[in-house]
Design a binder for this molecule. Structure first.
Ligand code: GLU
Length: 275
């Protein structure tokens, strides 16, 4: 059975680009008699707000998209992500990193626009790690990409076929931080597996980092779903839609008097036949 999901982060109101991801997943599930799930990705409690999470459900309902089962809320699931982290740790694939943002600010950036970690803390001795942790220094946990990489991994991208992964180009990524105990990649990978997702629909800004997620699936023994990354919608200046493009939020369009069907058409989906 096909299982799709929409996994927004409640850091603002849904915009047309989010609606495109949701519609694509909803249509794929509904056409095949499968399941469409809703997951709130709110692990970054410094940026996410409960009122936006509530607005997401309201906006999806207005658009005519219904979801199956309970909404999964990631901020309630940190214990499950901890278990996954412990498994990676037991495989010897994690190490504590004491560097600050400033320490690595000058490192070259990877395809996701984040600094590629130069590996400063990778070689610290067990004794030094213990000492610094005992002294109360704050640290993040990084994946040792040299030990973790599994060359030849790949995934199926709808419309494109098999894409071979090259996760090493992202360097030793952070999987947990002091203020956010599990990273986006860990949680998304965990939940796609835990919820039995078979097709991930989302914007193509996440195509490159799929390599990281496929690697984590492989290390943790989880299946790799199919992926369908859609083109990013743009504003009048041709720039990709961002949460600050207020006129593209579903709310603003609704206030301007657009109907759900009109908004669905703009997001690239057809009528749901129920309006
Ligand atoms: N939570 C992510 C976002 O809102 C999307 C994650 C995903 O679809 O894999 O950008």
């Amino acid at each position: 059975m096909i299982v799709t999901r929409f996994a927004p982060s409640p850091t603002g109101y849904l915009h047309l680009g989010n609606a495109a991801s949701a519609l694509q997943g909803w249509q794929a599930a509904r056409e095949a008699g499968g399941r469409f799930l809703l997951r709130i990705e709110d692990i970054d409690t410094t940026r996410c707000r409960p009122e936006y999470a509530a607005a997401i459900q309201e906006d999806l309902a207005w658009l005519g998209l219904d979801w199956d089962g309970d909404v999964r809320v990631q901020s309630l699931c940190f214990a499950a992500y901890r278990v996954a982290l412990d498994r990676l740790d037991a495989l010897g694939l994690l190490y504590p990193c004491f560097c600050t943002r400033r320490d690595i600010a000058s490192a070259p950036h990877g395809p996701d626009d984040a600094a590629v970690y130069p590996g400063t803390c990778r070689g610290l001795s067990a004794g030094e790690r213990q000492e610094r942790i005992a002294a109360g220094e704050s640290y993040s946990l990084r994946l040792d990409m040299r030990a973790a990489d599994r060359p030849g991994l790949g995934f199926h991208e709808r419309g494109r076929g098999r894409i071979v992964c090259h996760p090493a180009r992202f360097g030793d990524i952070v999987l947990a931080r002091k203020d956010i105990p599990a990273s986006y990649h860990l949680c998304v990978t965990h939940d796609d597996a835990w919820q039995g997702v078979t097709l991930v629909t989302r914007g193509e800004d996440l195509l490159a980092v799929t390599d990281i997620q496929v690697l984590l699936q492989n290390l943790l023994g989880w299946p790799t779903p199919d992926y369908a990354h859609h083109r990013l919608l743009t504003n009048a200046d041709g720039a990709r839609l961002a949460k600050r493009d207020r006129s593209f939020t579903l709310r603003a369009m609704r206030e301007m008097g657009l109907t759900p069907d009109e908004v669905r058409a703009r997001a690239g989906g057809g009528s749901n036949g129920r309006a």
